[in-house]
Design a protein around this ligand. Structure first.
Ligand SMILES: [Zn+2]
Ligand SMILES: [Zn+2]
Ligand SMILES: [Zn+2]
Length: 781
């Protein structure tokens, strides 16, 4: 007889690991125990050495599908003479932490339970099991037990408890286990007060709870009227009403996607003029009728993370233009909770607009009261429920490129899964940027990225940043030793970092962070050529950078080339009004007297004067502003309603198959200046002769790609480097990305792209953390 102890780290809680170990031990006739600890999972088994070896091998090889074993430690012990195998209560270990699973889309077995008449969960919107259901959004603390979730307020009925206690059952220790008798309930209302808005759970089923949840009492018993409420929701949606629907990570605003009037009304009420709306579509076949779906897209759509996938739309998609004006793509997701599935059951529509329940740019709302107060004016009716959402998370957004999923917004289904930094680093906080903020904590080898926080431009978003930071510090037991931040002094994230008392501060240049982020997620060390193209990043010379060619590692960064500086007048207004960038480029190309009619004469005169005197004018190498300028000169867009709009439209209209390009220059001794004045000159000439925009847009993309590859080739030669990292929001443009990556490979260079973190500013916190970790190493040694 022998005894072994196995310690597992990784995603091993909330994924059916204990039942798996229990069944395995019983099948092999081994005695001992298994438990969740705050560090992960611990099992001790005793029996014949050969059988123990089989057990250890099976734990490694046959782990449940959602589990991820990061570390497995096996130790031999003296046998204790155990005779049975048991699952023991969770043990908390101070300072230890376990990885927390992201939320998981409903599994096929649970969908069957919901759809099967006679099943006790028929039509029950909160059905889940160990293979699926809410996780991060309901977890208040570790270890992951029901008492530490917002399900603590619901006491399981005898039938659910029996499932929970039965190791052979798929719901064995499924913490959010629920049924119509004992679990959360739907509520529906259009009035001033929502059902379930009471402050604390007061009904008989509410158990004591250690977590600071504000579970709301259901207005009626769960299960009564569930089907009627769903039928009413479907009827209202079919009739063109806008509904607020409480989901997994927050409320959605929903309407029938084919109803043009409803979609336009939603735009108006949500104060969102052009930004594309996401769709939730009944099933894959319905998606394929609207969009072109590749093999990789299909995998992303159907996978358990269920993100919004950006897909090329078909011409005959039959949807109103108002869903995604000026786009050739649609953002589509499949239903990911039973509630969503039930909204489509027997409904006349195949697609719903499902946009975050918020007013423009505010965080997604999560509580029933918040919903009434903040989006009460948008929705005609609320379909809500009384399971609290502890952590708000938006839907994630991905796009596939070269057969691989690339995350553009990392939130539900992804957070808080960690990334491996490749080595143990000190505990750090990296505050991220301003737009699309995401922050990063580190612990051991883990980079813990927050879910998408949003644009840190208002008080509500800053509160969301703070509540999420407090939660992740608690869940992962992180006490940062230093804080990293962007160099921009006015970013709220920078100011937050600088106000933290007693911690060393590490400022990181914006584009250095972009490249380090790409290196970190690809596990690269040493130095690389980094191309960072985006809209805005603070440069140490006081200019706005954004068209940058770097030679960078974590410890060092050198600017080797950049887009030629042009004058940009008007601060924030220059970002909203592409014609200002156009005037900057024109002035730089032709001089101050150039004729310009893209904006009212008086405003043009003011901007000309600002450029001439330098008043409220900065110099910029921003690639985003170059796109703006070209879009404006072509007459495509003079004003944008969201970041990157002009660039997206320029990409959308570019014709395929056009290989022409404009002239450009690479000048200077160092850093080189990439000069687009020859291209601007020719674009102006082509516009005056009435050349088609589709051709000009294609030529512009070709030119930028060609220049990018050429500069990289030269740096590669001079610096003897052959790895190139592409990062920055501009590389969300897949036409540009494809042309640049292809050109670099054809030149014998090796290309590294983002996949796990966004290329946009949602990824820079990872780079900040990697750079800060390196700088602490240097300062210590
Ligand atoms: Zn399930
Ligand atoms: Zn029950
Ligand atoms: Zn950026």
């Amino acid at each position: 007889m022998k005894r072994v102890r196995i310690r597992l780290r990784g995603i091993v809680q909330g994924v059916g690991f204990r039942p798996f170990v229990h069944n395995l031990a019983e099948n092999l006739g081994l005695a001992g125990y298994v438990l969740n600890s705050s560090a992960g999972l611990v099992a001790e088994v005793e029996g014949h050495p050969a059988v123990l070896a089989r057990f250890v091998e099976a734990v490694r090889a046959e782990a449940p599908p959602l589990a991820w074993i990061q570390e497995m430690e096996v130790a031999e012990l003296e046998p204790l003479g155990d005779t049975a195998f048991e699952i023991r209560p969770s043990a908390a270990e101070t300072g230890e932490f376990a990885l927390i699973s992201p939320d998981v889309a409903t599994c096929p077995d649970c969908l069957r339970d919901c759809a099967e008449p006679g099943n006790r969960r028929f039509g029950y919107p909160f059905t889940n099991c160990t293979n699926c259901g809410p996780r991060y959004t309901i977890i208040c603390d570790i270890p992951y037990d029901r008492a530490n979730t917002t399900m603590a307020a619901f006491r399981m009925c005898a039938a659910c408890q029996a499932e929970y206690d039965d190791p052979a059952n798929r719901r064995f220790h499924a913490q959010p286990n629920a049924c119509p008798v004992c679990g959360p309930a739907l509520g529906g209302a259009g009035g001033a007060r929502l059902p379930g808005e009471a402050v604390l759970a007061r009904d008989g089923r509410a158990g004591g709870t250690a977590c600071p949840t504000h579970a709301e009492a259901p207005a009626r018993l769960a299960g009564t009227g569930e089907l009627e409420l769903l039928a009413e929701a479907r009827a209202r949606l079919a009739a063109g009403e806008i509904l607020a629907i409480k989901g997994l990570g927050g409320f959605h605003l929903a309407c029938d996607a084919r109803n043009r009037e409803a979609v336009e009304q939603l735009r108006a009420r949500k104060r969102r003029s052009d930004k594309p709306f996401a769709l939730m579509v009944r099933n894959l076949a319905a998606v394929e009728a609207m969009c072109e779906v590749s093999e990789a897209d299909r995998a992303a759509l159907l996978g358990w993370r269920r993100p919004i996938v950006i897909l090329p739309r078909r011409d005959a998609h039959g949807l109103p233009q108002a869903i995604a004006p000026g786009n050739r793509t649609l953002g589509v997701m499949l239903p990911y909770t039973p509630l969503h599935q039930l909204l489509f059951a027997g409904a006349p529509y195949d697609a719903l607009v499902m946009t975050s329940g918020n007013l423009s740019e505010e965080p997604i709302v999560v509580s029933n009261q918040e919903a009434r107060e903040r989006i009460g004016g948008v929705a005609a009716w609320f379909l809500t429920h009384n399971r609290d959402i502890y952590m708000r998370t938006d839907d994630s957004v991905v796009r596939t490129f070269e057969g691989r999923e690339r995350v553009l917004r990392r939130s539900r289904g992804y957070a808080p899964q960690t990334l491996d930094l490749g080595r143990t680093v000190p505990e750090l906080l990296a505050c991220g940027g301003e737009l699309k903020n995401v922050f990063c904590l580190t612990k051991g080898r883990h980079a813990i990225l927050s879910q998408h926080i949003g644009d840190l431009e208002n008080y509500e978003t800053l509160l969301f940043f703070e509540e999420t930071l407090a939660n992740l510090k608690k869940l992962f037991r992180v006490e940062p030793r230093a804080v990293a931040h962007d160099l921009h002094p006015l970013y709220l994230s920078t100011r937050y970092a600088l106000e933290l008392a007693g911690l060393p501060k590490i400022g990181v240049q914006h584009h250095h962070a972009h490249i380090a982020s790409c290196m970190a997620e690809n596990g690269l060390g040493g130095e690389v050529i980094g191309v960072a193209f985006d809209g805005t990043g603070y440069g140490p010379d006081g200019a706005i950078w954004g068209g940058e060619f770097l030679v960078a590692g974590y410890a060092r960064c050198e600017r080797r080339a950049h887009l030629r500086y042009v004058p940009l007048a008007g601060g924030d207004a220059a970002v909203r009004e592409p014609w200002r960038a156009a005037l900057g480029y024109l002035t730089d190309t032709f001089g101050a007297a150039v004729p310009f009619h893209a904006a009212p004469e008086e405003r043009v005169r003011v901007v000309r004067r600002m450029i001439a005197t330098g008043l409220n004018t900065v110099r910029t190498s921003s690639c985003g502003r170059l796109f703006d300028a070209v879009a404006s000169l072509m007459g495509l867009r003079q004003q944008v309603n969201f970041e990157g709009q002009a660039a997206i439209e320029l990409e959308a209209i570019a014709e395929d198959g056009n290989l022409d390009r404009y002239p450009y220059g690479i000048d200077g001794t160092g850093p080189w200046e990439v000069d687009f004045r020859p291209a601007i000159e020719q674009i102006v000439r082509e516009v005056s002769t009435g050349r088609a925009r589709a051709a000009m847009a294609a030529k512009f993309h070709n030119t930028l790609a060609h220049a990018t590859v050429e500069v990289c080739r030269r740096i590669a030669q001079e610096a003897a480097l052959r790895r190139v990292c592409l990062s920055g929001g501009t590389f969300q443009n897949v036409r540009l990305l494809g042309a640049v990556a292809g050109g670099l490979r054809a030149s014998g260079l090796e290309v590294f792209l983002h996949a796990h973190v966004p290329p946009n500013d949602g990824g820079i916190a990872l780079g900040q953390a990697a750079i800060a970790a390196e700088s602490l190493d240097i300062n210590v040694s």
